[in-house]
Design a binder for this molecule. Structure first.
Ligand code: B12
Ligand code: SF4
Length: 574
């Protein structure tokens, strides 16, 4: 159904689910943190874990691409959401949620019905894939797949109009070892959604119909968007939220060509599959400015089951990437159907043995509605007794596996992360090493053109700044092996860059900050709740331009108070 809102510009509230996050309560679980690395990657590394929050990016894409008065409410409390619904006079309320947050979405829909009975309720995001969700949650529309074109069509606007990319930080409140990252946070770049590879377990590939929908279809469009965002935010670094960025080789090469032509050398953190990386070429990745790549290696014992990994020497690939200064996040899947305790240990050893900078271990989870979900459903393996809040892939198996019952899966995940930490040391140490390796290799490359000169300069800055954290890493070393590695890496860095008295002092400063952070976590616990962020967009003004959004972030612990954005920005980085 397309609604007519000719009488006035529609008023829309788009909200993420309410907090608190990462606590065991009626709606959520302690495992569902709003922190990517601390939740799923560096979680076993204690004080050395990476800490930051990501916004609900999809909401900003929707808001920026319709002609309507839109409020985006990110990380609200239940009370804050209810207040916005009661006071906002909204025609529509869109709720974005994932499967684990289904019960929160249901509660929010009930709040809307109670406080704004005339408003339409629209459900979107990955939770919309849950079978029968429209019967379970009182709503008017369930949007499965890409949301911008749906919302435009629903509002009677052109679904095919070019997509306007919002200007957003990729992360908030970033800190490692309690040391805040003072640089402006990398910006978000979303070239498109979905992936054509269709790996059976992959939620995103299936949610978007095993298709790739580009938001930015050419290298030139990517470059122009990156330039606009970078100029507005004052940083040339991007977190690229695209499932398999190098899969479209021509587009990535087009971006590289545009950067070289314009002499503007952006840097990127990307996700990509091993086959796409190999096809694109590692030296091209250096030129492109890839600082970090997330690769799904999944399982050595079933490499052939994933076409993306077939015939690739994973260990060599990781080694060659790190040698080029490209940090690698390698992810693997535990408790797959073929796994026995023995073959699973082989897979953990394989992942750890890749010696990547970061690893992710997740339990195989038949997320609705993937090919794997359908297959498990057909074979009666789905754990329908397990509440959806527990389908997060960290402690419980959502399907019946003969070899891993009870709390065995959780223990495997914990052991795997611990093994990686003890064998490979903290991820920050590994990333300092990668930066230094990249610098050494590039500085000894005989012929460097303008692009490689720029990359060398960036690599040097990264290595020089990051090595300042080595004293803090030493202070919290997991074992004597890590202490020894810190000492050797520190000497290597000093031989390359020297060490000024100021840098020595900064190193001591990182130790002080890390101890403060340790104290904070001991006294107040390890959880950090993201602050509520309210962003208001006014629809198309008379001149045809969509006016800039204004953001409000409440102060720490006072989720209902709004501050002027300058103050909010100051709090956000602290
Ligand atoms: C960033 C991210 C996070 C951030 C959270 C950000 C936030 N503020 O919510 C962090 C790192 C904290 C996180 C945590 C978790 N995440 Co997460 N996350 C992602 C990730 C990588 C990117 C999402 C994104 O921004 N995409 C880009 C935007 C543009 O796309 P989009 O969000 O899909 O939005 C589009 C459509 O979905 C739609 N849409 C979205 N919302 C709405 C709303 C309306 C009203 C409409 C009409 C349309 C619509 O329109 C948008 C434009 O087309 C995705 C994977 C992925 N590649 O998408 C996983 C993903 C969403 N996460 C997932 C999971 C499982 C989790 C965790 C449970 C992980 C864990 N094991 O602990 C936790 C849960 C945390 C919690 N308490 O909610 C799953 C969800 C599976 C599912 N089917 O539900 C995904 C798909 C990863 C995966 N492949 O398994 N996550
Ligand atoms: S390659 Fe990665 S993003 Fe693509 S379908 Fe497979 S797991 Fe999903």
């Amino acid at each position: 159904m397309t609604v007519s809102h000719a009488r006035k510009r529609p008023r829309i509230l788009l909200s993420g689910v309410f907090g608190p996050f990462g606590v065991d309560d009626a709606f959520g679980r302690k495992e569902n943190l709003m922190e990517l690395f601390h939740n799923q990657v560096t979680k076993a590394q204690g004080v050395a874990s990476f800490r930051f929050h990501h916004r609900s990016f999809g909401l900003y894409f929707l808001a920026d691409n319709v002609d309507a008065d839109v409020t985006v409410l990110d990380f609200p409390s239940r009370r804050r959401f209810a207040r916005e619904v009661r006071q906002g006079g909204y025609d529509m309320v869109g709720i974005s949620f994932i499967a684990t947050n289904r019960d929160k979405a249901r509660e929010m829909a009930a709040i809307v019905r109670r406080l704004a009975p005339a408003a339409e309720i629209i459900l979107g995001g990955h939770g919309a894939a849950i079978e029968g969700v429209e019967l379970d949650i009182d709503c008017d529309h369930v949007v499965r797949g890409e949301g911008i074109s749906w919302l435009r069509r629903h509002l009677g606007q052109d679904p095919e109009a070019p997509i306007r990319h919002p200007v957003l930080p990729s992360a908030e409140r970033a800190s490692i070892l309690g040391v805040p990252l003072l640089d402006t946070a990398a910006s978000l770049l979303v070239p498109g959604v979905g992936c054509v590879n269709g790996c059976s377990f992959c939620s995103t590939s299936h949610f978007f119909g095993r298709r790739y929908t580009p938001f930015l279809a050419t290298g030139e469009e990517l470059f122009e968007t990156a330039r606009r965002v970078a100029d507005r935010r004052g940083t040339d670094t991007f977190f690229v939220m695209d499932e398999n960025f190098l899969k479209d080789r021509e587009r990535a090469l087009g971006l590289l060509e545009a950067m070289e032509r314009h002499r503007r050398f952006f840097r990127f953190h990307i996700f990509s599959s091993a086959e796409a990386i190999t096809a694109f070429g590692l030296d091209n990745m250096v030129r492109l400015g890839v600082d970090l790549v997330w690769i799904g290696f999944e399982s050595q014992s079933r490499q052939s089951a994933f076409a993306k990994n077939a015939g690739i020497d994973a260990r060599q690939l990781v080694h060659d990437l790190r040698d080029r200064g490209i940090a690698v996040l390698a992810s693997g899947i535990l408790c797959m159907e073929h796994h026995t305790p023995d073959t699973m240990q082989d897979d953990v050893d394989f992942l750890v043995g890749l010696e990547p900078d970061l690893v992710q271990f997740m339990l195989l989870t038949p997320v609705p509605v993937t090919e794997l979900y359908r297959d498990h459903q057909r074979r009666g393996l789905l754990r329908t007794d397990l509440p959806l809040q527990d389908w997060h892939g960290q402690t419980h198996l959502a399907y019946r596996h003969p070899a891993f019952a009870g709390d065995e899966p959780a223990r495997w995940v914990a052991r795997a992360f611990r093994q990686d930490y003890e064998v490979n040391s903290s991820s920050m140490l590994r990333m300092v090493e990668t930066a230094i390796r990249g610098y050494e290799r590039l500085s000894s490359t005989a012929h460097r053109d303008e692009c490689l000169e720029a990359r060398l300069g960036q690599c040097e800055r990264r290595a020089r700044v990051w090595r300042l954290i080595l004293p803090a890493i030493a202070r919290h070393a997991v074992n004597p092996l890590e202490l020894e590695r810190v000492r050797r890496l520190g000497d290597r860095a000093e031989r390359l860059f020297g060490l000024t008295p100021w840098e020595r002092l900064a190193g001591s400063g990182t130790v002080a900050l890390s101890l403060l952070w340790q104290l904070r976590t001991r006294l107040l616990g390890d959880r950090i709740q993201p602050r509520t962020i309210v962003t208001r967009y006014r629809g198309r003004a008379g001149d045809g331009a969509i006016t800039q959004p204004s953001s409000r972030t409440p102060a720490r612990g006072t989720a209902d108070r709004e501050l002027p954005s300058a103050a909010a920005a100051a709090i956000r980085v602290g």
